[in-house]
Design a protein around this ligand. Structure first.
Ligand code: 13P
Length: 252
């Protein structure tokens, strides 16, 4: 059966000290009460090595929020997939709408990042999702399919096993507007169908598809009850350990 996952995306929040404090608090909470799902925390680059060391003997896995689309060399300020891997991180989030929008990451650039991340043995949380305008025009399915086709559907079936999909409707990110569980389930089922068309029903069935966008402890149980929603990618509510734990508990 596919994995249930609750993943945090801290985005550009927390100094190193604040991040270590948050990871420590979460580690203690989860040591006292084992989670019923995989727990991942996505942190800024500067936290990765310290937080990976801190959680190495516990249930928490660590993710980067990005990596470069080049392997190494004269790319000032960039951080490669190999560097991410060397910190002890297991995952990298790629394709987040904030990266697509503010840093102009195209499907081609994301494809390069995905290939480099997988080559280094990282697992990828690949984000897709439509804008409000696209949702109002009924284009959400076409947008999601095109984002998958543009950056990840070239992978081999073996590589695909290292992919987690996160459906994050842009209109629901940080807005307090969650997709209803029905809206989310509808598109998650569609995404799984698209995966099945490329990789077959069995692999599609093993693919974890997370929902992201104003997910919190109060709406997570309803979302996670849906058959094609395998967990969440959490922004704001991952910044406080009790809030994040509240979402993890939705799997209880
Ligand atoms: P919020 O949970 O703050 O809406 O952010 C969702 C998100 O973008 C996670 O990647």
């Amino acid at each position: 059966m596919r994995k249930h996952i609750v993943a945090g995306n801290w985005k550009m929040n927390k100094t190193l000290q604040e991040g270590v404090a948050l990871a420590t608090e979460l580690k203690e909470i989860l040591a006292a009460e084992k989670p019923n799902c995989e727990v991942i925390i996505g942190t800024p680059f500067i936290h990765l090595a310290t937080v990976s060391e801190l959680v190495k003997d516990c249930v928490i896995a660590v993710s980067a929020e990005n990596c470069a689309n080049k392997a190494s060399g004269a790319y000032t300020g960039e951080v490669s997939a190999a560097m991410v891997k060397s910190t002890g991180a297991e995952y990298v989030i790629l394709g987040h709408s904030e990266r697509r929008e503010y840093y102009h990451e195209t499907p081609e650039i994301l494809k390069e990042k995905v290939d480099l991340a997988l080559a280094e043995g990282l697992k990828v949380i690949f984000c897709i999702g439509e804008s409000l305008e696209q949702r109002e025009a009924g284009e959400q399915e076409a947008v999601c399919k095109a984002e998958l086709a543009g950056s990840v559907f070239h992978l081999t079936p073996e590589q695909w096993k290292s992919i987690v999909i996160a459906y994050e409707p842009i209109w629901a990110i940080g807005t307090g507007k969650t997709a209803t569980a029905e809206q989310a389930e509808e598109i998650h089922a569609y995404i799984r169908k698209c995966v099945a068309e490329v990789y077959g029903a069995e692999l599609a069935d093993e693919t974890s598809i997370l929902y992201g966008g104003s997910c919190k402890a109060s709406n997570a149980p309803e979302l996670f009850q849906k058959p094609d929603i395998d967990g969440g990618l959490i922004g704001g509510a991952s910044l406080k350990a009790p809030d994040f734990k509240g979402i993890i508990d939705a799997w209880k």
